[in-house]
Design a protein around this ligand. Sequence first.
Ligand code: 13P
Length: 266
Amino acid sequence: MRIALIAGNWKMNTTAAEATKLVREMLDRLEEATGVEKVLCPPFVSLAAVRELVKGSSVKLGAQNMHFEAKGAYTGEISPLMLAGLCEFVILGHSERRQYFGETDHIIGKKIVAALRNRLKPIFCIGEKLEENEAGRTKEIIARQMSQGLSKAKPSPDIVIAYEPIWAIGTGRAADGEQAAATIGFIRYTLSRLWNENVAQELRILYGGSVTSSNIAEFISQPEIDGALVGGASLNAQEFLSIVEQTAAIKTKQSAIRRQQIADSK
Ligand code: 13P
C-alpha cells in the first residue's frame, strides 16, 4: 500500500529567519500526524537550518531543484552530491523551471537519473498548459513528459510524480478531484506501459495546483491520488497543518477499508 505524501514547495519565499519560524510553528503538530509522509521544501539557503530543527522528527526535507552534474564550473548551481547529506527529496521539472529557466524534458531526465544515483527521491513534476488542456491534449503532453523524462531512469518506487496542471498553479483555480484522479489514473497506466505494473502500483502520484485546506479532501478522498504538492498554502502554518491532518485522517480510513477488503477476499 502506498503511503500518502504531502510536500510543501515554498518556492522563492522565506528568509532563513522566516523559514525557521514557520517550521517551529508547525513541528509539534506535524509530528503528531501519522500515516502520511510530510516533506518541507524550503529554499536551498535554509535547508541546513531547517534540517537542524526537524532532526529526530518524522518530518522530511526536499530541495526545489538541482544540477545533474556532481561538481564543476557551473556558477550558481547546486549539485546532487551537495544535497545528498541535506535532504531526502528533490523537486525536479517544476513547470516554473520549465517556463522561466528553459528546462527541457531532456535536462529533467538527466536530473532524475542524477538524483537516483545519489539516493535522492525525485518529485518529478508534469502537467499541461491551459491551451493544451482546452485542445484535449493533456494525455499527449503528459505521455511525452513521462517518456522523455524517465527514458534514462531505472524503474524505481523512490520516484514520486506530481501532476500539476499549469493552469491550476497559483491561480486559485484547482482541477476538480475526479478530473485530477482520471489524469492520475492515466499517469499510472503510462508508467505500467513504460516500466511495469508493479512499479506503477508502488509509485506515488500527487496532485498539485491551488491546493488549500478547503479543497484537499476532494483530492485525497480519491484513492488514485496519493497526496499533494502544495505551493502557496504551505507558507501558512495553519493551512499546511490542516492539509496534512485531513490527509492523515482520510488516508488512514482508506487503508483500513482496503485492508478489510483484502481480508474479506481471502
Ligand atoms: P500553488 O499551490 O501555489 O498553486 O502551487 C502549486 C505548485 O506549484 C507546487 O509545486
